[in-house]
Design a protein around this ligand. Structure first.
Ligand code: GDP
Length: 298
């Protein structure tokens, strides 16, 4: 990216400084095109920030559901499939269990909740409150439903509690005779985005592989111009956005057919921002490029 940008800067600079040397005319259209492609790449790189951050911090996944649907069993089954990273996480209580595991190299914080339910018992209410907070804080919810039974009002209460976060539905106990995917419309009405339903069995392990893949899917999709290059640093992310805006300014000036000096302001700013990430890009480098590109001098 910096390379391409330096080329444009070098061309503009040279057309200012060596006008009388009859250099190739500034091909403005081509430059606008180049700048646009640079911005696309910058945008793609910025877009890797969300998955990049998750790779760093871990993905918070909470299991919710009414009692007895098999949350704890599923929690343990999923833990068994992942590689345990940490076993003792501070703050673990009886009602909310958190374990960190690696799913295909992505750290996942798996949270087993006590189940969201209304309760008059003050002690149980504390657990319920905590569950709500944990669920609201999660990157993804797994709503566990007993697939061998009809959806009941307690399941609906759980679904109603789903905030505007992504969730997937795990229809558990698919090993049982009475299991059916079509007993009722199980996702009901929620504010969140349902990213899929999966028939699983915590007992036999059936469907768990697919569930695991589905858990990771929304978070490993960041397209990066350079393979496997992810932005994990908030400051870098900010600098990329600023570089992008600075180049957009230059594009605007170019389209207005402003002077090279004006166009260059944005480009130099962009180089500055990118330089803060890479620690490169001095004016010497630019000058060197001007000379090498256009063979000026003796
Ligand atoms: P929780 O209250 O939602 O955490 O549910 P549990 O994990 O404690 O499971 C409730 C009951 O369902 C237990 O008796 C489990 O053995 C049983 N159970 C959980 N998952 C499955 C499953 O996939 N198949 C079958 N057949 N039973 C299951």
């Amino acid at each position: 990216i910096t390379e391409a940008l330096l080329d444009v800067v070098a061309r503009l600079e040279s057309s200012i400084e060596f006008v009388e040397d009859d250099l190739p005319a500034v091909e403005s259209d081509k430059m606008v095109e180049t700048l646009r492609s640079i911005r696309t790449q910058l945008s793609q790189l910025s877009a890797t920030f969300a998955p990049g951050r998750l790779l760093n911090d871990g993905l918070k996944v909470a299991l919710v559901g009414r009692p007895n649907v098999g949350k704890s069993s599923l929690f343990n089954a999923l833990l068994g499939r992942g590689r345990a990273i940490v076993t003792d996480i501070p703050g673990t209580t009886r009602d909310v269990l958190t374990e960190a595991v690696g799913f295909k190299g992505v750290p996942v914080l798996l949270i087993d909740t006590a189940g969201i339910r209304n309760s008059n018992d003050p002690i149980e209410s504390i657990g319920v409150e905590r569950t709500r907070r944990e669920a609201a804080d999660a990157d993804l919810l797994i709503v566990v439903v007993d697939g061998a039974q009809r959806l009941n009002y307690k399941d609906r209460l759980v679904l109603a509690e789903v905030g505007n976060q992504p969730y997937l539905v795990a229809l558990n106990k698919c090993d049982l005779e009475s299991f059916s995917e079509t007993l009722s419309e199980r996702d009901g009405q929620t504010n969140g985005t349902c990213i899929g339903r999966f028939s699983v069995s915590a007992k036999t392990g059936e469907g768990l592989e697919k569930l695991q893949t589905a858990i990771l899917q929304p978070f490993v999709n960041g397209k990066s111009p350079t393979e496997n290059l992810l932005i994990t640093n908030a400051r870098h992310h900010d600098l990329l956005l600023r570089a992008n805006m600075a180049i957009a300014d230059s594009e605007t000036e170019m389209n207005k057919q402003s002077s090279e000096e004006l166009i260059l302001v944005g480009l130099h700013n962009a180089l500055g921002f990118l330089g803060e990430i890479t620690g490169e890009t001095t004016s010497n480098e630019i000058l060197g490029r001007i000379f090498s590109t256009f063979c000026i001098g003796k």
